[in-house]
Structure formats: C-alpha cells, structure tokens
Design a binder for this molecule. Structure first.
Ligand code: ADP
Ligand code: MG
Length: 303
C-alpha cells in the first residue's frame, strides 16, 4: 500500500495534526485558545460531527519536557471525560460531557517518518477527538439574551420580561445542578469553570425531522437576530477538562464555585445578581444536588 499523501503544515498556518491534514472536507477551526485549537471535523463518516482539540508543541520548551507536558494534559482530559461519560448510563445522571472518540499524545512518533522533515522542528503536539456537542455555550446564550433585552427595551410587556427572566434563572439552576453532580457523583473538580465551558445542547425534537440535530436554520443566536430571545432549554454539557482533577475535597469544590462566580460576574453583569440564589442556593441548583453541598457553600461564604 502506498503511503498516504500528506499536506505539509505551511508556515503561519494553525497547527493541524496528521492524519487530519488528509480529512475531506478539511477540519474547520472554530476556536483558538492559549493552549489548544478546536476544530470541527467528523469521525468515521461525514454525518458524525466531532470536535478535535489539538495541542501544539511549544517551541520554546525543551522537546522532552514539552512532549511530557502535552501528553499529560491530553491524557488527563481524556481520563476525566471517560470517567464522567461512564455516569451517563445512570438515569438520574445530571452531568453530561462529550464522549471521547480517539486520541494521540505523541504525533511526532506517528508521523516522524512521513512528515518530520516537511514540518521542520514543529513535530510533537497531541490531540483529542471527541463527540461534537450541538448548541451554544452559556456565554453565547446569555450574550444573546442581553442583546435581545436591549433591543426590545421598553416595548416589552412586564409579564413577558418576567417570563424570560425565569427562563434564565431556570438555566442557572440547571448549571448549579450539573456542577454539583460533577463534584459529587463524578468526584471531579473542573478547574476552569466559565460560561464558555458550559454548553447547552438542545433536546432533539423527535417530531421535527430536519436532520440538523437541533441547530435549526432560524436559530437566532447563530444568526445574531436580536428580535427574539434565545432558547435556553436543553441539556447542560460541561467541556474543557484540561485543568480538571479528581478530588472530593470541600476546599477544591469551593474554589471551583468561586472561579465560576468570578467569571460570571465579569462576563454577565446583568445576570450576576441571580447567581447566588439560583446557581448556588437553590434546591434545584447546587445546594440541592447532593448531601454535603452545604459544607462547600459554607466554605465559599467564608472565603
Ligand atoms: N465537544 C465540543 N463540541 C462542540 N464545541 C466544542 C466542543 N469542545 C469545545 N468546543 C468549543 O470550542 C471552544 C474551545 O474548547 P475548550 O475545550 O474550551 O478549549 P480551551 O481550553 O481552548 O478553552 C469551546 O468554548 C466551545 O465553544
Ligand atoms: Mg474553554
């Protein structure tokens, strides 16, 4: 069998590890953070979308140390995802995460013979391929909600405003619930809880067969249509476990909540006032999510 032809990484292009350089259509870069690039691609067949989280090697780090660190991060994230995915079979489960599809922690080893020369010294890096989650992040949803609220302004009937505010509060309680389940049932602390790392996956409507997995063509969030509020219904899916650890310490859990509270305050000032009552104190939120949550909430208060 002939060796597969690879497209060499061009100078200045974002890191895309082999074998994804051969994927047709090519993966689409959707987010670029300090540590990782996030592509939308597919797995096995084009109808099955997948998220590729690629961690390039850092050219300024010693190659051996660099390979070890990148490997550790990818493996740690995959382990936590697999662990939390295992809870999904439990009908009372309230924490959802993307399923792990594949991973590689030493791309240099795999592609060395084929590509190393073309890629110069930019070998290495690691990647994690996971289930693609349809929907939007809580950050996008609340930003859209704010834009809608601003655009309708005084024309909004008070009872409609109350109804829409209740939808947001309901979402906040579901977030608290999901974090509680991750802490308690999963024995995991996230380490980087922000509204970008919490996704809302629309519940698939069995009756609407538009083949789009809930991301409808008239989605106001995608089309930045401020004339209607976003649909906040759906399943909370937690992502980005690159900094997560396995821990059942109250202190670690309290820090997780503190990080989320701070991130929320700076990103969503309009909803900040609801955070404590809905996310944390509600029986439908964190407080009611497990026995022992009160100790963590007390710790958070004392901090
Ligand atoms: N499984 C996924 N399905 C859909 N979108 C995802 C998925 N994983 C990540 N994303 C998107 O990519 C962004 C960056 O991914 P993330 O894992 O948070 O990396 P980073 O560490 O760079 O923040 C997320 O905020 C989200 O919008
Ligand atoms: Mg993130």
């Amino acid at each position: 069998m002939a060796a597969p032809t690879t497209t060499p990484q061009r100078e200045g292009e974002p890191f895309l590890p082999a074998p994804f350089t051969n994927t047709v259509p090519p993966p689409e870069l959707v987010a670029q953070g300090a540590e990782a690039l996030l592509y939308r691609t597919h797995f096995l067949n084009p109808a099955k979308p997948a998220a590729l989280k690629a961690r390039p090697s850092k050219p300024y780090r010693h190659p051996t140390l660099d390979a070890r660190l990148t490997k550790q991060r990818v493996l740690a994230e995959a382990r936590i995802l697999v662990k939390l995915s295992a809870l999904a079979g439990d009908p009372s489960n309230e924490v959802h995460v993307p399923a792990v599809l594949s991973l590689e922690w030493d791309t240099a080893r795999k592609v060395k013979a084929l590509e190393a020369e073309q890629r110069g010294s930019r070998g290495g890096g690691a990647w994690l391929l996971m289930e693609w989650i349809e929907g939007h992040s809580v950050k996008e949803l609340l930003r859209h909600w704010d834009a809608w609220y601003k655009s309708v302004g005084d024309n909004l009937a008070p009872e409609e405003l109350t109804r829409q505010e209740d939808e947001v509060k309901k979402l906040l309680r579901r977030i608290g619930r999901a974090v509680g389940a991750m802490h308690n049932k999963g024995s995991v602390v996230h380490g980087d809880l922000t509204s970008s790392n919490i996704l809302v996956r629309p519940i698939k409507d069995e009756h609407v067969q538009n083949g789009s997995n809930g991301a409808t063509n008239d989605d106001p969030v995608t089309h930045k249509d401020d004339s209607s509020p976003p649909d906040l219904n759906g399943e909370i899916v937690l992502i980005d476990f690159g900094l997560a650890t396995q821990s059942i310490q109250d202190e670690d859990r309290a820090v997780d909540l503190y990080v989320l509270e701070r991130a929320f305050g700076s990103t969503h000032p309009r909803q900040e006032g609801w955070f404590d009552a809905e996310v944390l104190q509600s029986q439908a939120g964190y407080r009611g999510s497990y026995k022992g949550s009160n100790v963590v909430l007390k710790r958070l208060e004392d901090a």
